[in-house]
Design a protein around this ligand. Structure first.
Ligand code: ASP
Length: 416
């Protein structure tokens, strides 16, 4: 008796896959990212150290997003300048808002660290020396290197032909949709460039959940949650301080902008979840900009100033974290920092946060500035690394929320 197992034909298989892909893409981005995050945790637990391979897709997707940030800044800002006149008063207001928010963030950080005293809660093992891993070049690493890190970089770099091809393919296909548009004025030209960038951006955004799955599984597999026990007090204190900073932003939006705090949070879900999961405010920047304009309804001018221009200097979460880390280490080693030393921490944290790039762990690099200013041993920064993969995500989310706050306040009390 021959079993009649006809099975699924390749055609049926591909239409099932296409339907599944369409169904998946019908979910809002933030839901897809959250699902990917949980799947990443499970995968990381299953794979353990082997999850290291997942670094490759995550790096590729983050690099692609990062490559879009500079041209987006260039074209979007050009567009705003071209179509609206930005009064000098507004630019001055932007600077004022940035300085105020960052100072408040640092004062909240110092206030929480002084009152909760996380460094005196328990015993934390002294820093282990971080060993430099020497990995030889492998084909995957080569692939990662070929994906453009910046849009113009590969054009000036003779070695990276594949990078140029990737860019040309993306823009070539995107431009097909607008090729019949006659370019009458320079403004048309900039608009075409701008809209093309947004199209490419939306393609890359579809890949974000995959990048999140990869990065989360890699981190959980290789780092795990074990160090959290030892550093619990510090983790809790930072989370308390970041929550207070969020309250500050929402209150300011409530009283000084036409936008309603809850609507802002809802409209920005994609960007905030993405900031948390990618660990990079620069990679999130294009999404922040799109959400501000399309979901919240902030004017193009305010969104550009707050989320594209301001974002490069505005890292409140990082500033708060650096100040708290300094105080935490001082408490750990039993050094009392005087008021004037804490003032020095405020100053250097502002500088260090402005200097921190919007990429994962950038804050730890500039933190040495704060530590050396008040003569704290910088070896302790390595100790923070064990929990930084998590805390960095939290402060990156606040960095993005800070840009959102500035954009809302710049937009004023009346909707335009
Ligand atoms: N990861 C942060 C960001 O992208 C920077 C940092 O504090 O390390 O905004």
């Amino acid at each position: 008796m021959a079993a009649k197992s006809k099975g699924v034909t390749p055609k049926q298989k591909s239409s099932i896959l296409a339907a599944a892909w369409r169904g998946w893409n019908n979910w809002p981005l933030y839901v897809r990212i959250i699902v990917a995050m949980f799947a990443g945790v499970l995968l990381g637990l299953v794979l353990g150290k082997r999850a290291m391979v997942m670094e490759i897709p995550s790096k590729i997707i983050l690099q692609l997003l990062g490559a879009l940030a500079p041209p987006l800044i260039l074209v979007a800002v050009t567009h705003v300048l071209m179509t609206t006149a930005i009064p000098g008063k507004k630019a001055a207001r932007l600077v004022g808002l940035l300085v105020l928010n960052t100072t408040v963030a640092i004062l909240i950080g110092l206030g929480v660290a002084n009152s909760l005293q996380p460094g005196r809660w328990g015993v934390v093992a002294p820093p282990a020396t971080v060993e430099q891993q020497d990995t030889g070049v492998n084909p995957w690493e080569l692939l990662v290197q070929n994906v453009p890190k910046s849009l113009l970089g590969p054009l000036g770099d003779k070695q990276n032909i594949i990078g140029v091809i990737i860019i040309a393919l993306a823009f070539g296909i995107a431009l097909r949709g607008v090729r019949d548009k006659s370019v009458g004025t320079v403004q048309d030209l900039v608009e075409v460039g701008y809209n093309t960038l947004l199209v490419v951006l939306h393609w890359i955004i579809q890949l974000v959940p995959l990048g999140v799955l990869a990065i989360v599984s890699k981190v959980i597999g290789t780092e795990g949650f074990a160090p959290f026990k030892a550093m619990l007090a510090f983790v809790v204190a930072v989370l308390v301080a970041l929550s207070l900073q969020t309250v500050w932003y929402l209150l300011r939006i409530q009283f000084l902008s036409w936008a309603r705090p809850w609507d802002v949070l809802r409209g920005m879900r994609d960007a905030l979840v993405m900031a948390f999961s990618t660990d990079s405010s620069t990679a999130t920047m294009p999404v922040t900009y799109a959400c501000l304009k399309d979901n919240v309804g902030i004017s193009e001018e305010s969104a550009s100033l707050g989320a594209l221009v301001g974002a490069n200097f505005n890292n409140d979460g990082t500033a708060l974290y650096e100040a708290m880390a300094a105080l935490f280490v001082a408490q750990l080693i039993g050094t009392d920092l005087s008021l004037s030393q804490q003032m020095l921490i405020v100053l250097t944290s502002i500088i260090a946060s402005v200097g921190a790039a919007g990429i994962p762990e950038a804050g730890l690099v500039t933190m040495t500035l704060v530590f050396t200013a008040v003569k704290l041993p910088t070896e302790y920064i390595a100790m923070l690394l064990t929990v930084d993969w998590f805390l960095d995500r939290c402060r990156t989310t606040i960095n993005v929320l800070g840009d959102v706050n500035v954009s809302c306040l710049l937009d004023g009390k009346r909707k335009r």
